[in-house]
Design a protein around this ligand. Structure first.
Ligand code: NAP
Length: 310
């Protein structure tokens, strides 16, 4: 069985930063990337607020650079790897990855968060057939060109998705359940002044049409103030209503809150199990920025290094 000093689960900003630090400390970490390498930032366009890039940098490039930096110091990377089970009851911890067992003295959990779904049956049926969670990935597809598109949500992600889609769509409807955006003022301002964007306030999506046709033709939207419904024709629905932490595999072993975010002993990244550390979006329901994820990845790596040395 392969044995490691430290295994890092996840390959977003937190995971790669933890990998850079632990690799540079000579620990030869193994990075389990998850099923897609690079985390959520690979689905974003320009990152304008990561310090050190005055002109901004696109998300995938930032992640590739972090990976190269980790590799330069000797991190071992296992792409397309799924952590199926973790036995954290004693050290070394035993992990099951793609059916294979491996051991590690320390574990850094940086599993991030996935997209939250609306929870509609029609959303499930039309997922990949006009319902999507990533404008950067799907927006440029011919099926969406010069067509009206819908974005659901009122945070920075929704605004970013909507702005990006204005490049392709004839019109972008932003459907938000309140009459005030949660997004930062700069994002909200850019969006609401864009001529192609039409906000639909105080509204929730009741149904995505038309599951029977196997393609998106519109959304039925309910005004939560008046109770009235309207149908907005569109060729695609981009859902951007936040995230759910990827922590299911640790349930019953690592302490987490009712929403699944892992608990750590601030200001350290120690979990309730000595030798297991957690960082990034699977811990943080408040800030969720690339830079805060990187910062906590650095802290987790230093915690792991000190734990192994003691
Ligand atoms: P978020 O800030 O949690 O916003 C989620 C939005 O979806 C909210 O407007 C929320 O409505 C709405 N929502 C949640 N559940 C819903 C449901 N079931 N039905 C309808 N609407 C629902 O998530 P986010 O936009 O993904 O942003 C996450 C974090 O990343 C934030 O800290 C954000 O600042 C950051 N971020 C930054 C950038 C950037 O700076 N470039 C880009 C993207 C994200 P309510 O407002 O009513 O709660």
């Amino acid at each position: 069985m392969q044995a490691f000093n430290v295994v890092i689960v996840g390959s977003g900003c937190a995971g790669w930063t933890a990998a850079i630090y632990t690799a540079r400390a000579g620990l030869k970490p193994l990075v389990l990337t998850g099923q897609s390498t690079g985390g959520l930032l690979t689905t974003t366009s320009t990152v304008e607020n990561f310090p050190g890039f005055p002109e901004g940098i696109d998300g995938p490039t930032l992640m590739e650079n972090m990976q190269k930096q980790a590799e330069r110091f000797g991190a071992v990377i296992r792409h397309n790897s799924l952590l199926e089970a973790a036995d954290l009851s004693k050290r070394p911890f035993r992990l099951t990855v793609d059916g294979e067992s491996l051991e590690t003295q320390a574990l850094i959990v940086a599993t991030g968060a996935g997209h939250r779904h609306l929870g509609l049956e029609s959303e499930k049926k039309l997922d990949g057939h006009g319902v999507t969670y990533c404008a950067t990935c799907d927006g440029p597809l011919p099926v969406y060109r010069n067509k009206p598109l819908v974005v659901v949500g009122g945070g920075d992600s929704a605004c970013e998705e909507a702005m990006y889609l204005t490049r392709f769509a004839s019109q972008v409807f932003l459907i938000h359940r309140r009459d005030q955006l949660r997004a930062s003022r700069i994002m909200a301002g850019r969006l609401t002044s864009h001529p192609k964007v039409k906000p639909v306030w105080n509204s929730v999506v009741e149904e995505i049409l038309d599951a029977a046709k196997g393609a998106v033709t519109g959304v039925r939207v309910k005004d939560v103030k008046t109770g009235g419904s309207q149908t907005i024709p569109c060729a695609g629905v981009f859902v951007a209503i936040g995230h759910v932490p990827n922590t299911q595999v640790f349930k019953g072993q690592l302490d987490m809150n009712e929403n699944g975010y892992l608990s750590v002993q601030h200001p350290t990244m120690r979990t309730n199990i000595p030798g297991v550390f957690a960082c990034g979006d699977c811990v943080d329901s408040i800030y969720r920025q690339a830079i805060t994820a990187s910062g906590s990845g650095c802290s987790a790596a230093i915690d792991a290094e000190r734990f192994l040395a003691s």
